[in-house]
Write a new protein. Structure first.
Length: 453
């Protein structure tokens, strides 16, 4: 039955359109398609369009109700904008942030949107529209093609949800890993602190048999560390030099009290031979500890001379590791003052001058220069902000900046130990028992929090 008989609304332009041989195209297409004339009246509404809209051609052709299956109130569709010639001006207003120009046909727009009125749960549609022209090129109407993309959009939404969920899991896992990493760093810091504390305690035990040596290894280690910092030695190597300083006399374990009490310049023959083996014995004691291998080598070569006349391997110049060259000066400077090298005890200035005289012979000139800068105060012993406090000024959470030494030069607390209420009370009890007023060096992030002594 000719479509033109279904409504008096069909205009002459519609008659022109319907005379075209398009009916077969419309009805045979599996794609939902409808067309309007220049008066916005529906001229074609194919079977596929009936199925997706639930509205028959008999209901729709000859009316202007093509909006009904998509919206609750009357409003223009893409075909209406094309017929009215206002698509360029109006499409973004009616389809905010959704229109997409066709890459193939100028003036044609493609839209994707969700329509809750379609089906039981709504549907996603992709639709596009273009003008219909007669043989003279005049616009006689417009055609709109619809495509149900609900499954595609559902898959996209599910994929996006999975992506978002994965991102959330990755973010949560990253946060968890960061927390774990922070915890491991804290554990590692505590292990390092505990390790150094153990080393310091052990070095104290070595010195207990020789009263005049109390605190010697700690002072050697600190001086060696300061020289290394002055020479821009990397942090890891500096730490190894510091530990080597604490343990540099470990090879003297087993020496007789008589040998420990004898100055080096008073030794002879067999006695001197026994003494000189302490560096190799020190290396041997530490070699089973894989992480201590470099430290063991520093201890072995601490008695080498820059001019090659040292022991045990007669190394010379830069063939001697930097740690051993630094330790040589730090230990000799201390030993000159405590009577280990000479029978008499030198003052610090005398020991300083004797080290300077050994430049190029016993000592590396570059290390001597750094040693001189440290001793004369050209540089600060530490770049960190430290402050000296009375025990009454201590607070939980403060970090010990320098080893806390008690009576008889024995270690009470080591550097980097974190104070808590119990430790503070213990320090105060020691202070009271000894009848002295103690001061403690601490690291303070904000110096304004305390008043320095």
């Amino acid at each position: 039955m000719p479509l033109g008989k279904q409504s008096h609304l069909i205009s002459s332009s519609a008659q022109s359109l319907m005379t075209a041989d398009v009916s077969e195209f419309f009805e045979g297409s599996p794609v939902p398609t409808f067309a309007i004339d220049n008066d916005h009246v529906i001229t074609h509404w194919n079977r596929a369009c009936e199925l997706i809209s639930g509205l028959t051609a008999a209901e729709m052709v000859g009316t202007r109700n093509h909006w009904r299956f998509l919206y609750t109130h009357e409003r223009p569709l893409l075909v209406d904008l094309i017929v009215a010639g206002t698509i360029e001006q109006s499409v973004n207003v009616l389809y905010a942030n959704k229109p997409r120009r066709s890459d193939l046909i100028k003036g044609t727009y493609q839209i994707e949107d969700f329509f809750p009125r379609l089906g039981e749960a709504g549907r996603w549609l992709s639709f596009s529209a273009s003008a219909l022209r007669n043989s003279e090129g005049q616009t006689v109407g417009a055609i709109e093609v619809l495509q149900d993309i609900t499954q595609q959009k559902s898959a996209e939404i599910a994929l996006q949800a999975a992506h978002d969920d994965l991102e959330q899991q990755v973010e949560e896992r990253t946060t968890e890993l960061n927390k774990t990493n922070d915890s491991l760093k804290d554990v590692n810091r505590k292990l390092n602190t505990s390790f150094l504390t153990t080393i310091k305690i052990f070095s104290n035990l070595i010195e207990m048999r020789a009263g005049h040596m109390a605190g010697h290894s700690r002072r050697v280690a600190e001086l060696a560390r300061r020289i290394a910092v002055r020479m821009d030695v990397d942090f890891h190597t500096t730490q190894e030099i510091f530990v080597a300083g604490l343990l540099h006399n470990i090879g003297k374990i087993g020496f007789s009290d008589e040998l420990l009490a004898t100055s080096l310049n008073q030794m002879n023959g067999d006695t001197l031979g026994v003494y000189q083996r302490f560096t190799v014995r020190g290396e041997q004691l530490l070699m089973p500890l894989q992480d201590m291998a470099t430290i063991a080598h520093i201890i072995r070569w601490q008695q080498e001379r820059f001019d090659g006349a040292g022991y045990p391997d007669r190394l010379a110049g830069e063939n001697i590791p930097i740690g051993a060259r630094i330790l040589a000066i730090a230990s000799d400077y201390e030993n000159l003052q405590n009577g280990t090298l000479l029978q008499r005890h030198l003052r610090d200035d005398q020991a300083f001058n004797m080290v300077l005289r050994g430049e190029g012979k016993r000592y590396d000139p570059a290390v001597v220069l750094a040693f001189q800068a440290v001793i004369t105060g050209v540089i600060s012993p530490t770049a960190e902000a430290h402050v000296e406090l009375f025990t009454s000024q201590l607070k939980p959470g403060m970090v010990i900046a320098r080893d806390l030494i008690g009576q008889d030069n024995f270690l009470l607390l080591s550097t980097d130990h974190v104070l808590d209420e119990r430790l503070i009370n213990k320090i105060i009890s020691f202070e009271s028992a000894w009848g002295v007023r103690m001061t403690i060096w601490v690291k303070v992030p904000n110096k304004e929090e305390v008043v320095a002594v």
